[in-house]
Design a binder for this molecule. Structure first.
Ligand SMILES: Nc1ncnc2c1ncn2[C@@H]1O[C@H](COP(=O)(O)OP(=O)(O)O)[C@@H](O)[C@H]1O
Ligand SMILES: [Mg+2]
Length: 206
């Protein structure tokens, strides 16, 4: 399989964006042509879909609609951006990917996980990530970091979901990791940024 495809997963504030930058630097130093991207988004159309999903006035979106919009965004992103870069032998690092859909729409919202697995397969054209880094964080720490980041007011969208939802997301991610022990590496996101970065370099270096 051409190229190197790495995805970063985990709840909000787990350090995905922080570690993505450090990993991109590491791979660049090791002579990889690195493309950093994110989901939902990554292409003009997919960013439009992202904005639709995040708009306050679309808050009454049905879970099924949300799932299909995420899938539409991914199908475009994979075909237009990810696969062409991998085919050229490059490295792609993507902030959130298929496992976020399974954790949020499947485990937390309760949509069919079998259906989501099929939909994910359909979107990725048979090119699953080579390595997935799952940053695992207790829900209380997510709240603490969110509050810090937003200067006292927790994130709106996250707040409206409540603790039960976020606990289901976390447990969902951990279950997905157990089902894909070859691909998914669970990292303790409570460690220091530098310790986590060293562990990431160790996993990816191998
Ligand atoms: N290992 C860590 N320990 C403590 N704080 C961290 C750690 N990693 C990231 N942070 C902080 O947590 C916040 C969210 O980090 P970020 O990388 O944006 O997470 P994400 O992209 O997963 O939402 C930022 O303020 C960041 O500085
Ligand atoms: Mg981020």
């Amino acid at each position: 399989m051409a190229g190197l495809f790495i995805t970063l997963e985990g709840p909000e504030c787990a350090g995905k964006s922080t570690q993505l930058k450090l990993l991109a630097d590491y791979l660049t130093q090791n002579c990889w042509n690195v493309l950093c991207t994110r989901e939902p988004g990554g292409t003009t159309l997919a960013e439009d879909i992202r904005n639709m999903l995040l708009e306050k006035r679309n808050e009454d979106i049905a879970p099924e609609t949300e799932l299909l919009l995420f899938a539409a965004s991914r199908a475009q992103h994979v075909r237009q951006v990810i696969l062409p870069h991998l085919d050229k032998g490059g490295a792609v690092i993507c902030d959130r990917f298929i496992d976020s859909t399974t954790a949020y729409q499947g485990y937390a919202r309760g949509l069919s996980i079998d259906f989501i697995n099929q939909l994910n397969d359909y979107c990725v054209c048979g090119r699953n990530p080579d390595i997935t880094l799952l940053f695992d964080l207790p829900v209380e720490e997510t709240w603490r970091r969110l509050t810090l980041r937003s200067g006292g007011k927790g994130g709106d969208r996250m707040e409206s979901q409540g603790n039960a939802f976020h606990t289901a997301v976390r447990n969902g991610f951990l279950q997905i990791a157990q089902q894909h022990p070859q691909r998914i590496h669970v990292l303790d996101a409570m460690q220091s940024i530098e310790d986590i970065a060293a562990r990431v370099r160790n996993i990816v270096g191998k």
